[in-house]
Design a protein around this ligand. Sequence first.
Ligand code: CUA
Length: 414
Amino acid sequence: MFRTVRTLPRAGSTLFSLLAVVLLAGCGADQYPQTIFEPVTQAARDINDLQATIFWWIMLVLAVVIIALLVILVRFRDRDGAPEPKRVHGNNALEILWTLGPAIIVVLILIPTVRMIFDTYRVEPEDALQVEAIGHQWWWEFNYPELGITTANQLHLPTDREVQVTISSADVLHNFWVPRLHGKRYAYPEWRGAESSERVNFNTLLFNVEEPGSYLGQCAEFCGTSHALMRLHVVAVPPDEFENWTEAMARSGVPGEAGVVDVPEGEASELPTVGAGESDTAGVDEPGDSDPAAGLQTPPGDTAGVTATEGVDPEVQRGYELFTTNACAVCHAIEGVSQGQLGPDLTRFGDRWAVGAGLLPNTEENVARWIADPQSLKPGAKMPGTDSEGGGMPPTGLGEDEVRAITAYLRSLK
Ligand code: CUA
């Protein structure tokens, strides 16, 4: 009995130092980019405030219990010649007290929690930016239906605007989670985008990012072999920069064209033919101006007529030709180049922070490693390597220098 009394304060101080470590570990988004303790949206702040409130109430309960325990242990400890303690078994008052007490505490936690759950399902405002997040084994597809943009793994968002993310899955159950922006949401396989008539069982998240920055997230539901390698990156920028990004996403990925033609493809195709003669389009009537636009209308994947463009790195040009004539273009889309749907869209790939859905930093070395052997880096990846099959497809058989060229081309897409 004496031993218990003496070790208790020591156990208590160990407990408190452990708690301090846990609390300090939550500090600093620089070291812990997936912290929930530095929210940048009202939605994430509400969730954080709720957990903080509950946490401190629980700490109060813990303090009361520990103090009561210590007082009882010291006061009623065994002494020489002390009488037998009084039995309290079957004491109705005590039984009711220690059943009702915890029940009330649980209800007090439940009320604000349930209210918060309903709050996170509020109806979106009319002008919210619509984004579809679709989980795939093991990467994220992002569509902006109103803007006609598709991208993967790196989600660009404007700050100071409500964003409505509609979450679904192309295969199994995934879970969309960017801790500094909002809570977790399941990605159910039932929902298949805006064209589907059956809009069942899809989840949404609504939030407004207040600070420009980059926010890491990851799939939060076990979804197969490489579940842990299914990350995402949210890049939040001021509205005018977001506008620039959407324009850049509409530019062709054909080498040389992005730099020459500074208008989205859609607009380019609306340019009047030479000699149309309308006064407000006089500036584009000159043959010199319409040439770059004509280049944009090259059929995607048509490499027969491709000749090295002036000012384009020959390695990049070669990579482009290899990309369009090999299996790459069958699975991967690049604006103005290819329409593959099976793998991540690679438009402006050079701007991404990573390769393989957050697997490795986007460096020349890593991209080449990925193209050469995705299976060794991400077990189960549905992409073949140079000598290995993947996703039911045979090895690509690309040589080392060909991999280098494709790497150079992909990384040039900025
Ligand atoms: Cu997708 Cu875990």
